[in-house]
Design a protein around this ligand. Structure first.
Ligand code: ZN
Length: 118
């Protein structure tokens, strides 16, 4: 399962960051996920909640912000946006394949709340 390995990577990275900053608990993790990544956020959340058990993030809340796919066509110059959960390969206006994606491929941790357990 694709989402499980992504959740595992996010968790590993977050725990590492948390420890590096001298904290031992993660309260919340905010991530951005571009729709062009094809990641199913429900599956990602589910995997995260299973994997976090017994880790410094076991009470952490995962907040997922989805970024729509945005692009611009190099032929007709039109900008477009899609909330479909897949990558766009052609311009919706003229059908050209010369498009440039401006957003939608994100997969980042944008914010993290950490604390120290007494
Ligand atoms: Zn076009």
């Amino acid at each position: 399962m694709h989402e499980a390995s992504i959740a595992h990577e996010l968790l590993t990275l977050a725990i590492k960051e948390c420890k590096n900053s001298g904290y031992n608990r993660i309260e919340s993790i905010k991530i951005t996920v571009g729709r062009a990544t094809g990641i199913m956020t429900d599956a990602l959340l589910f995997a995260f909640n299973v994997l976090k058990e017994g880790s410094p993030a076991d009470k952490a809340l995962l907040v997922i912000e989805e970024i729509p796919v945005r692009g611009v066509c190099k032929d007709c110059g039109k900008r477009f946006e899609s909330n479909e959960n897949y990558l766009i390969f052609e311009c919706p206006s003229c059908g050209s394949f010369s498009i440039e994606l401006v957003s939608g491929k994100e997969l980042n941790i944008t914010e993290m709340e950490v604390s120290n357990e007494n």
